[in-house]
Design a protein around this ligand. Sequence first.
Ligand code: PMV
Length: 316
Amino acid sequence: MIYAAEASAPAKIILFGEHAVVHGQPAIAAPVSSLRAIAQATLQPVGTGLLLDASDLGEQIRILSGQPVADHPLARAALLCLEAVGADIPDLAVRLRSQIPIASGLGSGAALTAALMRSLISAVDATVPNTTLNEWVYEVEREFHGTPSGIDNTVVVFERPLYFVRGQAPSLLTVGQPITLLIGDTGIRSSTKEAVGGVHALLAARPDETRARFQTIGALVRTAREFIAAGDVSALGPLMLENHRLLQDLTVSSPELDILVEAAVAAGALGAKLSGGGRGGNMIALCDPDREDSVRAALFFAGAARVFSTRIDAHA
Ligand code: PMV
């Protein structure tokens, strides 16, 4: 039997450690549950195959058994999970929508893949644990996005704040006090693959200096983890600014990101930094809740295309 199904997955932000995480250092990331990718599967007439309808994103892909399939991450995601659960191509239309800005460092690709896989798994009446789903989403990320560390898919699939080291089981982050953040979107799409490639090139050109920067970021992430656990939120501000400076040195910031970071701090944010792949995309600003409105206004004034608010709740 095939069933109608709906599933979703959240966006993510990286609080500390992007890019260095690709090179073995730890990173801290959290889901943004209010921004989601949604997959809605509806039954279709027999023999029509599987339609992946991401019209809002400018994509429509039909998959019919025995016929060649588009070389696209959504098609790959669908085939990978159907094959793994031993299901034939179902007669379904899966409508994919996303509230997450695309190619902006918020994990939109991983969230769409996870939502699509979840909807197909329920539609064919299979059950798959998150640990397995996480491996499948990573596989799609790896095939289409270069050398991902695995942090995006892990946060998006488990939807928990995590301390992450590439190749190790992720640890749930202890959060002593809630953390309020604003997410400012430069409105500029950028390729994480290219930014990661740029850091690889820098490492090849200046290995000692670049490795030292990775290590400084790693040490900063470990300190941030302790402050987060202790509920010392204001101490995170200077660490975010230091992390942003190190990301500038790694060539992954941009004038637009720097302007938003400076504007947030000038308006009273405790700290701010780019988040994700950089060279465009999003930045985050740490705010006392009573400063949120003035920081939001300052971000818009400085050119942010969108501003989202998110909170990481306290968690033992
Ligand atoms: O831009 P995003 O959302 O894909 O985040 C990328 C994070 C990096 O550390 C730059 C890359 C990675 O695979 O960890």
